[in-house]
Unconditional design. Structure first.
Length: 409
């Protein structure tokens, strides 16, 4: 069924005041579609970004038959279909359900699980957290209370290399070794047995929901809980808590570069975060495909010999590509709020820091960490990290911003 979304977001609170959510979360899903200027939008939660070869084909077919022929990869490794026509909701849901992409009608929007995409492929992680993700997803869908989580609540599972810990998880699991993990929630951490890690992550989400209900502010995310109502990871009692970790520090590592990941996997990026149906199909054959939070895909079962074909399909296959790390919001004509067609205006500059083009101050889909902010301004120009730049001068300005030494924002 198609459900409309409210046109105006909840206002931001005054500095120092707790955020109060006066209405329920209206984040889009596969069943709750969002109405945009270019048609309806569906967001598919893909725990760990994982797609089977069959699911890749179904997603490409759905984009062509029901949407605009493209698939957007989100900053959580999920997939979006745009340009969907009125009345296609039931047909889309049937296609997704048949392919195993809709395992729970009640929990489909809360299956936000980001995982180190190279886990189990290159031998660098402390544990194969992809296996944790599958168990967590099963437990999440089986818990009736978990349907009350916001569609923005995020589980992050890091295999110890620190590539996804900086993505702003509400509940974060970090593999320490094959037998141990650290569970992070609200600035605290406890050590748990690796076998209990998925169960502990789900229990931490329940601790958050209890804290949110007690606060009465309608919080969607852990960081929105008001002072005095924080979610305490020490309240996780459904799994074996070995010990609290004093002053926990999340590991920080770089994302995987485009190119080979171990002996039989390739990481490629989608230009500006969008794949045509043909580009999605070009990832096949594959043992599986893992969409990544950096708007790319890991092709499991592909060796370096596949690189020329993927490059010819228009995918970003090399770390020295100037388009690596360049992303953009939807922009005009798909978004009424946007001041510009940011995808048409985007230029890469030279390789360097990530750069994100935004059509309005919401900056939808911007990267985490340090990045170059290119914001459309009234009158046709842009602000590059706050400095006015005519559209015709974007290339040198973006190059300078991506390659110059940075100070903390």
């Amino acid at each position: 069924m198609l459900a409309a979304m409210p046109p105006v977001p909840t206002p931001k609170p005054a500095p120092g005041a707790p955020r109060v959510r006066e209405r329920g979360d209206a984040c889009p899903g596969a069943l709750r579609l969002h109405s945009a200027d270019d048609g309806h939008l569906a967001r598919l939660r893909l725990p760990a970004g994982r797609l089977t070869a069959r699911q890749v084909e179904v997603l490409a077919d759905a984009a062509e038959a029901l949407g605009d022929g493209r698939i957007s990869v989100t900053s959580r490794g999920n997939a979006e279909l745009r340009g969907l026509a009125d009345g296609c909701g039931a047909e889309l849901a049937a296609l997704l359900a048949e392919a195993g992409l809709l395992p729970s009608a009640t929990h489909e929007r809360v299956r936000n699980i980001v995982v180190s995409p190279a886990a189990g492929l290159d031998g660098l992680g402390a544990a194969d957290v992809q296996l944790w993700a599958r168990e967590l997803d099963e437990r999440l869908c089986a818990a009736p209370w978990a349907a009350a989580l916001s569609g923005r609540f995020l589980f992050v599972l890091d295999d110890g290399r620190g590539d996804v810990t900086g993505l702003g998880g509400d509940v974060t699991l970090v593999a320490v070794d094959p037998r141990t993990a650290l569970l992070h929630l609200g600035g605290r951490a406890v050590r748990v047995a690796a076998d209990d890690a998925p169960r502990a992550a789900l229990a931490a989400a329940r601790v958050f929901l209890s804290a949110a209900r007690a606060a009465g502010t309608g919080a969607w995310r852990v960081r929105e809980l008001p002072e005095g109502h924080g979610a305490d990871v020490r309240d996780v009692r459904e799994a074996l808590v070995v010990e609290e970790v004093p002053e926990p520090v999340l590991p920080q590592g770089p994302p995987p570069a485009p190119g080979p990941l171990g002996p039989a996997a390739l990481h490629v990026l989608a230009p500006l975060g969008r794949l045509t149906a043909a580009q999605l199909r070009a990832l096949l054959p594959a043992d599986e495909v893992r969409l990544t939070p950096w708007r790319g895909a890991v092709v499991v079962g592909a060796g370096p010999d596949r690189t020329p074909a993927l490059d010819a399909a228009g995918l970003i296959t090399r770390p020295d590509s100037p388009w690596a790390g360049v992303s953009a919001c939807t922009g005009r004509p798909g978004c009424a709020r946007s001041l510009a067609d940011v995808r048409a205006d985007a230029v890469p500059g030279r390789p360097g820091l990530p750069v994100h083009y935004s059509g309005c101050e919401r900056r939808c889909g911007h990267p985490h960490g340090d990045w170059v902010d290119v914001l459309a301004a009234p009158g046709g120009g842009y602000l590059v990290d706050g400095a006015p730049v005519p559209r015709t001068d974007l290339a040198p300005a973006v190059t300078t911003a991506r390659t110059a030494p940075r100070t903390t924002k």
